[in-house]
Design a protein around this ligand. Structure first.
Ligand SMILES: NC(=O)CC[C@H](N)C(=O)O
Length: 257
């Protein structure tokens, strides 16, 4: 098929949309940055795209809670459009603020029977914004964005990144279903405590996918590690051939090959 096209949905306060568009282009895809108001005005725009990406940033100033306002806009005005998008076999990726939006909107994990999200991203345990590089490990085979990825080294930068499920049973179900696909580790690949786990997330969850594996959200920023020279210690020879984050975008583009 023709080169897949990614819709990079931006809102007031989004600040990673250009880098994210660049990442999709570097991975061999096409990308267009579209303002939320444009999509609200003309929801059928989404039909021309194969990938929808919610990039990082501080949409609406993180007011009320990070991702809540765009999440509500989606819930009330774009829910059907996104459900159809996903049902058509297309891909949705949420990075950092995008992950917050995907959980708050109910798009990544459907609401529980009482109408509340089964999981959220709460304030970091430290109650502070944390900005550092983290080690990550993948779990299971479900998530198409993580195909052939075992470990990654990526930066995080967030204040509201602590993944919490609403109860122990929900957490267990998500884990058993392979949806808790990306977790923080320490440098040796073992269980992460602060600061290796930057936020106190349950089970060290850094990213989660829906039951199809085609909707994925993660707190770390893959678009900030595309090139080896993005690695903080590349001059000491610690970087790989390509940046670890590139594979996520390549997997998305190649999904449509
Ligand atoms: N880097 C980002 O996307 C920022 C995430 C979010 N606004 C937070 O601080 O929690």
């Amino acid at each position: 098929m023709a080169t897949p096209k990614a819709l990079i949905l931006r809102a007031p306060g989004t600040n990673c949309d250009r880098e994210t568009a660049f990442a999709f282009q570097l991975a061999g895809g096409q990308a267009e940055r579209v303002h939320l108001n444009r999509l609200l005005d003309q929801p059928s725009l989404a039909e021309g795209f194969q990938i929808l990406c919610l990039p990082g940033g501080f949409s609406y100033g993180d007011d009320i809670a990070a991702g809540r306002i765009v999440g509500s806009q989606i819930r009330h005005h774009l829910d059907e459009v996104l459900r159809e998008f996903i049902a058509a076999g297309k891909l949705v990726l949420g990075i950092c603020n995008g992950f917050q939006i995907l959980l708050k909107s109910g798009i990544l994990l459907p609401d529980s029977d009482d109408g509340h999200p089964p999981a959220t991203l709460a304030w970091n345990e430290s109650q502070r914004f944390v900005d550092r590089w983290v080690h990550l490990k993948t779990f299971g085979e479900k998530c198409v964005f993580l195909k052939d990825v075992d470990k990654m080294y990526l930066p995080v930068a967030h204040a509201e990144g602590r993944f919490v499920a609403r109860d122990a049973a929900t957490l267990k179900t998500l884990e058993a279903d392979g949806q808790l696909a990306l977790r923080y580790t320490d440098a040796a690949g073992g269980e992460a405590a602060f600061p290796d786990c930057p936020n106190g997330a349950q089970l060290g969850v850094a990213g989660a996918c829906d039951s199809t594996g085609r909707v994925f959200g993660l707190m770390p920023h893959p678009e900030r590690h595309l090139d080896p020279t993005h690695h903080p210690r590349w001059t000491r020879g610690e970087a790989g051939e390509v940046g670890d984050g590139l594979k996520i975008f390549q997997n998305a583009v190649q999904f449509f090959a």
